[in-house]
Design a protein around this ligand. Structure first.
Ligand code: ADP
Ligand code: MG
Length: 704
C-alpha cells in the first residue's frame, strides 16, 4: 500500500472539502434568511454591499470561526510584492470588569488599515504618508487557517489608488461583464445577468530534499541555483514525465490535497512533470478572482507542507539550468451566470455566430495588445524560460487548431458552410474502445492555445500571481467586446453586422494565428515577417505598461488609472533591479567564501602531490596537465569575479532613473553573472568531489 492510500484511508473527502470555508452552504445555514438573500444577490449581480448586511455577516462569521478554533482574524491581501500579506488581530475586547468578550464588527470585516509604508507603491505615496486601506472582497469566501479567520481583501492607498493585484482584477471582472452583457443584449439575450471569466491554473513546481537545500546559499536566498554543472543525467530519457510518483512525493501530494480541500481549493490532478524532481498540480477551474486567491493558497500550502516532509518546494521559474523550468498554464474562459461557456464552440461551430463573435474578440485583443499581455508574464525568473525550448517563446501567437482555423478561412473566402469533423478514433484491436476524436490536436508549444472550450495562456511563470495575467486578459477582451457592442447596438441587421465583424477580425488579425511549432527558428523569422512583437526580456517588456495605447485601454475600462500604471512600471523596474542585485551579491559571496577557497585547497593538494610524485617517479604529466587546467580556470574565475563586482558597483548607485538602472543590471550585471558561472561550472566538473562546497545537480535532482 502506498503512503498515499494509507493517508487517505482516514479521510472522508466530502466531509473535509470546504470544511474551513465560510462558503455559500455555511452562509445559507447560519445567516438570517433575508441577510443571506441580500448577500447572495449582491455577490451574483456584482452590487454594492449594504453595511447592515455586513454587520450581521461579521457577527455570524466570527461565531463560525471561533467554533473552528480561530482566535484571530486577518485581512489577507496581495500587495505588489508577489506574495500575500496578513496582519493578525485577536477577537478579544476587554470589559470594564477585567474580562474579555469576543468581538468582530461589520466595520472590521469590511475595512482594515494596515500601515502601507513598507509595501511597494512605485512612488504613489511618500513613506511618511503611510495610510493604506484593505477592503473586504465579498466575492471570495473567508476561511479559517491555523487558528485565524482569513478575509480576502483589496489593498489601496489613502488616496484611493490600488496598491495590489486584486483591485484591478476585480475592476476588470466588472469591465468584461459590462461589455459582454452589451454584446449579449445586442444579440437578443435578455436573461443573462452576469458574465464572469473563469480560470484553472496548472501549477508546476520542484521538490528537493531540505537537507540539501540548506547547503545551498543560492537556493536559500534566491530560490534558484546560481552555480551548478549539468548532471550526467537530466531529462533526456523522458522517463519522469507522467512517471510513477514515488512514495515520499505521493505522501506530500496527499497532504497538500487534504490541506487544500479543507480550504475549498479543488485540487484535482497531480503528476510528474518533464524535469527530474518536477511536478504539477491542477485544480478544477473557478471564477477568476477565486482561482487567483486559491492559487496563492496553493503555493503557500505547497511550501509549508513540503517542510513537514523534510522537503522544500521550489516555485522559482528556473531553479536549475539545463533542464526545464516551471510555469503556470492559465486556462481562461468566459461564462454566464446561467452556466453557458461563451467559448464553447458547440457541435457546429461554423453556425454558432455567438461563439465566433466571442472567439473573434479574443483574437483581436491578443493581437492588438500583445505587448501588455507579454508584460503580464514578465518576471526576472521567467526571463530564463520564455524563448528557451521548454516554454513558449516571447512571441505572442494563438493556436486555434485545424477545425477553427478552417472555419475562419472559409469565412474569409466568403462564408463558412461546414465544420470539419474529428472522425473516429479506432485503435485496431477489438478489446479497445473507439471514440469520436477531438476536433483538434494539442499544441504544447503555443503561448496561447485554444483547448476545446477555453484558452490556455501558457507563458505565466510558476511563481507569479496570476492576477496580472488575468486582469490584462479581461481588460483587452473587454475592449474588443466594447468595440463590437458599439457596432452591434447601432446595426440595422445584427446578423449581417456579426458576419462583418468576424470577417474583418479574420482579415486583420489572422497574422496572430499560428498552429505550427513555436519552438522552431522558422517561427521566429516568420513572426518577424508578420510584424509580431518579440520582446525577449522583462526590462524591455515593462515599456508596454507606459505605452499610450495600454494606458488608454486600462483607463477606459476603469481597471488602472494612468498614475497607477506609471507606478506599476516603476515597481516592475525595481523588482528587476533588486532581484538581480540579490542574485549577483549571492554569487559574489559564494564565489569568494565557498568556491574559491575550495578550489584553492584542491590546487594546493595537487601541487603537493606533484612535488611528492616528482621525488619518487619524475613523470607527473597527468597531474601537471590537470593543475594547469584548473589554474587557468581559477584565473578566469577570479577575473570574472572582479568584473562582476565592478558591474554591481556601476549599476547599483541609485540615480532615480529606474529604467536605465534596470538596463544596466541586465546588460552589465546579469551578463557578468553568466560569465562567472561558466567558469565555476567547468571547475565543478574537474575538482575532487570531496572539495566541492555544495551539493551537485545530480544529488539535488535524483535523491528523493
Ligand atoms: P485539458 O486536458 O484540456 O488541459 P483539463 O480538464 O485537464 O483540460 O483542464 C486543465 C485546466 O483547465 C483545469 O484546471 C481545468 O479545470 C481548467 N478548465 C477547464 N474548463 C475551463 C473553463 N471553462 N474555464 C477555465 N478553466 C477551465
Ligand atoms: Mg500542463
Amino acid at each position: 500500500m502506498t503512503q498515499r492510500s494509507a493517508r487517505r484511508e482516514n479521510i472522508n473527502l466530502t466531509e473535509i472539502y470546504g470544511s474551513n470555508v465560510f462558503n455559500d452552504q455555511v452562509m445559507r445555514q447560519t445567516l438570517p434568511k433575508e441577510i443571506y438573500k441580500s448577500l447572495r444577490q449582491t455577490i451574483e449581480e456584482g452590487l454594492p454591499l449594504d453595511p447592515q448586511v455586513a454587520e450581521v455577516v461579521a457577527s455570524v462569521m466570527k461565531d463560525w470561526a471561533i467554533a473552528k478554533g480561530a482566535t484571530h482574524f486577518t485581512h489577507w491581501f496581495q500587495p505588489l510584492t508577489g506574495v500575500t500579506a496578513e496582519k493578525h488581530d485577536s477577537f478579544i475586547s476587554p470589559t470594564p470588569d477585567g474580562r474579555v468578550i469576543l468581538e468582530f464588527s461589520g466595520k472590521e470585516l469590511i475595512k482594515g488599515e494596515p500601515d502601507a509604508s513598507s509595501f511597494p507603491s512605485g512612488g504613489l505615496r511618500a513613506t511618511f504618508e503611510a495610510r493604506g486601506y484593505t477592503a473586504w472582497d465579498y466575492t471570495s469566501p473567508a476561511f479559517v487557517k491555523d487558528g485565524t479567520l482569513y478575509i480576502p481583501t483589496a489593498f489601496a492607498a489613502y488616496t484611493g489608488e490600488a496598491l495590489d493585484k486584486k483591485t484591478p482584477l476585480l475592476r476588470s471582472m466588472d469591465a468584461i461583464n459590462r461589455q459582454a452583457l452589451r454584446v449579449l443584449r445586442a444579440l437578443g439575450n435578455k436573461t443573462v445577468k452576469r458574465v464572469t471569466t473563469t480560470v484553472g491554473p496548472e501549477q508546476e513546481y520542484f521538490l528537493i530534499d531540505k537537507k540539501l537545500f540548506d547547503e545551498r546559499q543560492d537556493l536559500i536566498l534566491t530560490g534558484r541555483t546560481l552555480f551548478g554543472a549539468k548532471s550526467p543525467k537530466g531529462q533526456e530519457l523522458e522517463d519522469h514525465y507522467f512517471g510513477q510518483i514515488n512514495d515520499r512525493v505521493a505522501s506530500f501530494m496527499a497532504d497538500v490535497d487534504t490541506e487544500l480541500w479543507k480550504l475549498g481549493v479543488a485540487a484535482k490532478t497531480e503528476h510528474n512533470e518533464v524535469a527530474p524532481g518536477q511536478h504539477e498540480l491542477a485544480p478544477i477551474f473557478s471564477t477568476t478572482n477565486i482561482a487567483t486567491d486559491h492559487n496563492q493558497l496553493t503555493m503557500e500550502t505547497m511550501r509549508k507542507v513540503a517542510l513537514r516532509h523534510g522537503l522544500v518546494c521550489l516555485l522559482h521559474e528556473k531553479p536549475f539550468a539545463g533542464i526545464n523550468g516551471s510555469g503556470k498554464h492559465n486556462n481562461w474562459s468566459m461564462g454566464t451566470n446561467e452556466g453557458q461557456n461563451l467559448l464553447d464552440p458547440g457541435k457546429d461551430p461554423h453556425q454558432n455566430s455567438q461563439f465566433l463573435l466571442f472567439l473573434s474578440a479574443v483574437i483581436q485583443a491578443v493581437d492588438d495588445y500583445a505587448e501588455i499581455l507579454r508584460m503580464s508574464a514578465a518576471s526576472p525568473g521567467n526571463d530564463h524560460r520564455l524563448g528557451a525550448n521548454e516554454a513558449p517563446p516571447a512571441i505572442i501567437s494563438i493556436f486555434l487548431g485545424e477545425q477553427l482555423t478552417d472555419i475562419l478561412a472559409q469565412i474569409e473566402a466568403g462564408g463558412a458552410t461546414k465544420s470539419k469533423a474529428g472522425g473516429t478514433m479506432n485503435l485496431g484491436a477489438t478489446a479497445l474502445p473507439s471514440w469520436a476524436k477531438d476536433t483538434n490536436d494539442r499544441n504544447r508549444t503555443s503561448p496561447f492555445a485554444f483547448t476545446g472550450n477555453k484558452f490556455e495562456f501558457r507563458m505565466v511563470g510558476s511563481m507569479q500571481p496570476i492576477a496580472q495575467a488575468n486582469f490584462t486578459l479581461n481588460t483587452i477582451v473587454a475592449e474588443s467586446l466594447c468595440k463590437f457592442a458599439d457596432r452591434l447596438e447601432k446595426a440595422a441587421d445584427v446578423q449581417k453586422e456579426i458576419n462583418a465583424i468576424i470577417f474583418e477580425v479574420v482579415k486583420k488579425h489572422k497574422r496572430v494565428i499560428f498552429n505550427g511549432n513555436n519552438y522552431s527558428g522558422e517561427w521566429v523569422a516568420e513572426a518577424k515577417k508578420r510584424g509580431l512583437p518579440n520582446i525577449g526580456n522583462m526590462v524591455d517588456a515593462i515599456a508596454a505598461i507606459t505605452a499610450e495605447k495600454n494606458i488608454a485601454v486600462m483607463g477606459k475600462h476603469g481597471v488602472l488609472s494612468p498614475v497607477e500604471m506609471e507606478s506599476r512600471a516603476e515597481i516592475q523596474y525595481e523588482i528587476y533591479i533588486k532581484t538581480i542585485n540579490i542574485e549577483a551579491q549571492t554569487m559574489v559571496e559564494m564565489a569568494k567564501r565557498q568556491i574559491l577557497p575550495a578550489v584553492l585547497s584542491y590546487k594546493a593538494e595537487l601541487a603537493n602531490s606533484i612535488a611528492a610524485i616528482t621525488a619518487v617517479e619524475g613523470n607527473t604529466e597527468v597531474e601537471t596537465t590537470l593543475f594547469a587546467q584548473v589554474s587557468q580556470l581559477v584565473r578566469s574565475f577570479s577575473t570574472n569575479l572582479t568584473k562582476l563586482e565592478e558591474a554591481i558597483q556601476t549599476a547599483s548607485p541609485m540615480h532615480g532613473d529606474t529604467k536605465a538602472q534596470a538596463v544596466a543590471y541586465r546588460d552589465l550585471v546579469f551578463k557578468a553573472m553568466g560569465d562567472l558561472r561558466k567558469d565555476a561550472d567547468a571547475l565543478e566538473t574537474m575538482v575532487d568531489a570531496e572539495y566541492w562546497p555544495m551539493p551537485t545537480y545530480a544529488k539535488l535532482l535524483f535523491n528523493l
